[in-house]
Write a protein that binds this ligand. Structure first.
Ligand SMILES: Nc1ncnc2c1ncn2[C@@H]1O[C@H](COP(=O)(O)OP(=O)(O)O)[C@@H](O)[C@H]1O
Ligand SMILES: [Mg+2]
Length: 276
């Protein structure tokens, strides 16, 4: 049995639950909102837990606690911890020689403004922990920086993640990696925003990447425990830059092109885990 830990059932969770049922893969549905974890005793959770919480913190705590009780958490605590924080992700990618945009973290508003001047406008500001492009801002000048950083002061512990803007085509690349293999790769095009998150509207297209680029995506995936992750990449003058890794990957957009393939790859991954 697999425990399926969720806090909301979105399109992906619905498809996953249906697929598991169709394949006779028995799952226990655990609503993290209504299920406390016993930190000092046993929990009623199977040996394998598929963690799909929308809340990053719920996933982080669930994965840590379950792993400490010898449960195989998919994704692992290490994945949730590293990829749920853009500072850690950038440092980890760079440490492992994965090309990634030039990025800084500042710890005060004044230093963030100085650093933005050093990077050169436009500067991309991102909340350290976030998704769907929320609050990811293209800062054009000092005045704009002052405004964004003041707002960040109020909500975000005075941590400023600042990145060089990459001149790129109006698209980026999303790879879905299942158990260290590429399940799907798409281009995401934006309609309304400079950001290409599908959440903000846009279209998808199958990405035909050359072997070098595919190798880079696989190499990036292999830096993480086997699991289900999304890798975001951008084209640049010097080849692909990896700018984000997602621990709760959405694949509704990619499924428009790949059909059931992604969901099948995920089901097969769990079948293999159950065999071992
Ligand atoms: N350095 C950058 N240069 C150009 N565009 C960027 C840069 N960083 C992010 N973007 C755009 O903004 C989108 C959201 O950024 P991302 O780092 O993936 O944050 P999120 O976690 O919100 O998805 C990306 O998909 C891309 O379209
Ligand atoms: Mg992203």
């Amino acid at each position: 049995m697999v425990s399926f830990v969720y806090d909301i059932i979105n399109w992906e969770e619905k498809q996953l639950i249906k697929k598991f049922k169709d394949e006779n893969l028995k799952i226990n549905l655990i609503d993290a909102k209504n299920n406390e974890l016993n930190l000092t005793g046993k929990n009623n959770i199977d040996n394998i837990a598929f963690i799909r919480c929308l809340s990053h913190k719920r996933s982080l705590y669930y994965s840590y606690v379950l792993e400490s009780q010898n449960i195989n958490a998919i994704n692992s605590y290490n994945i949730f911890n590293t990829t749920g924080n853009k500072v850690f992700t950038s440092a980890y990618l760079h440490k492992n020689k994965i090309p990634t945009p030039e990025t800084y973290v500042s710890f005060s508003k004044d230093n963030a403004i100085e650093t933005s001047n050093k990077i050169g406008y436009p500067v991309v500001f991102k909340p350290v922990s976030g998704s769907w492009g929320r609050m990811v801002s293209l800062i054009k000048d000092n005045n704009f920086a002052e405004t964004i950083f003041s707002m960040n002061d109020m909500i975000n512990d005075k941590i400023y993640y600042l990145q060089k803007y990459n001149e790129r085509p109006p698209r980026d690349i999303r790879a879905i990696i299942v158990n260290h293999e590429i399940s799907a790769i798409i281009y995401r095009y934006s309609y309304k925003s400079w950001k290409t998150n599908l959440y903000l509207g846009g279209k998808v297209e199958k990405a035909n990447l050359d072997d070098n680029d595919k190798e880079l995506l696989i190499k990036t995936g292999e830096l993480f425990d086997p699991g289900i992750i999304g890798i975001d990449a951008m084209e640049s003058d010097n080849g692909l830059l990896i700018h984000e890794v997602n621990s709760r990957v959405e694949f509704r957009g990619a499924s428009k092109i790949y059909g059931n393939k992604i969901i099948e790859d995920i089901a097969n991954f769990f079948k293999d885990l159950l065999k071992n």
